[in-house]
Write a protein that binds this ligand. Structure first.
Ligand SMILES: Cc1cc2nc3c(=O)[nH]c(=O)nc-3n(C[C@H](O)[C@H](O)[C@H](O)COP(=O)(O)OP(=O)(O)OC[C@H]3O[C@@H](n4cnc5c(N)ncnc54)[C@H](O)[C@@H]3O)c2cc1C
Length: 237
């Protein structure tokens, strides 16, 4: 173990209220996903709170240790394995935080499994439409990151069509929120220094980009939610 990794894990252990596992057994357990790859992580964190995730991101930036968020691990191309601190959101950060029945949206944590979310929504006559076949394992963090969909994609579109807003941590640990902005606010945002400005500028569609697909009437019955504490650092490059 390198000195930087040792210091990182030591500091993280002091700051986190989550479970930090460095034993061989846990590392082997988290060395596989649904792909052909097998890579043992440096350690595994089961965060209990957004603060735990934020601490991990800040310290990883400080010690330059790679981080890998993970939910169901059902990715097929090795997205959920690496030599990194793997953070599993499905243990504790798996709750519905808010439901707005009238406007038909739900705010969720990234570890909630899609089938569990849809069982919750069924009693309100609602459904999250995009349906990867792995929905009894796949959770919203991975579904949003992979922009998943399934056999009803013609009716419901992709996950990106249903994400209304996201609260996320940038690579320096800044907690921020991304959602629709009016043009004046958008311009102001792109001129901001540091990560948020760069991110907004990169993700602002240029006039030549095709408009976002309109939801069908059926898809409007479906709802999107914000995956809390999702970490996206390099999106839209
Ligand atoms: C049998 C089977 C059937 C499948 N069918 C489909 C299908 O029909 N359609 C489809 O699109 N895919 C399908 N897949 C692929 C996969 O299941 C989906 O892409 C699924 O949405 C991944 O979700 P997950 O929770 O397992 O994500 P993971 O594999 O755990 O992670 C996926 C990605 O998301 C990132 N991530 C996870 N949580 C966070 C977070 N909190 N913040 C930032 N990034 C995060 C991970 O780092 C990783 O890059 C299938 C896979 C299997 C094994």
């Amino acid at each position: 173990m390198s000195e930087a990794l040792f210091d990182f894990l030591n500091e993280l252990d002091k700051r986190t209220s989550g479970i930090l596992r460095t034993d061989e057994y846990s590392r082997i357990l988290y060395s596989t996903d649904a792909s052909i790859y097998q890579v043992k992580p440096h350690a595994v964190l089961l965060p209990q709170t957004v603060d735990d995730v934020q601490a991990a991101v800040e310290l990883a930036a400080k010690h330059r240790v790679p981080l890998l968020p993970r939910t169901g691990g059902s990715s097929l191309a090795g997205q959920a394995v690496n030599r990194a601190l793997v953070m599993d959101f499905t243990r504790h950060l798996d709750q519905v935080l808010e439901l707005n029945q009238e406007e038909m949206w739900v705010r969720v944590q990234p570890g909630i499994v899609l089938d569990a979310l849809n069982i919750y929504l069924r009693k309100y006559g609602l459904l999250f439409g995009p349906d990867p076949a792995s929905s009894n394992r796949a959770a919203m963090g991975g579904i949003v990151s992979n922009n998943s969909t399934g056999s009803h994609s013609i009716m419901y579109g992709m996950t990106a069509d249903h994400v209304l807003e996201m609260e996320l941590l940038l690579a320096d640990g800044t907690l921020t929120r991304f959602g629709p902005l009016e043009s004046a606010a958008l311009l102001q945002q792109t001129q901001k220094a540091a990560w948020k400005g760069t991110f907004t500028a990169r993700c602002t569609p240029s006039p030549r980009m095709p408009p976002t697909r309109k939801s069908s009437a059926a898809a409007r019955r479906a709802i999107g939610g914000a995956a809390v504490a999702t970490i996206w650092t390099d999106w839209c490059r």
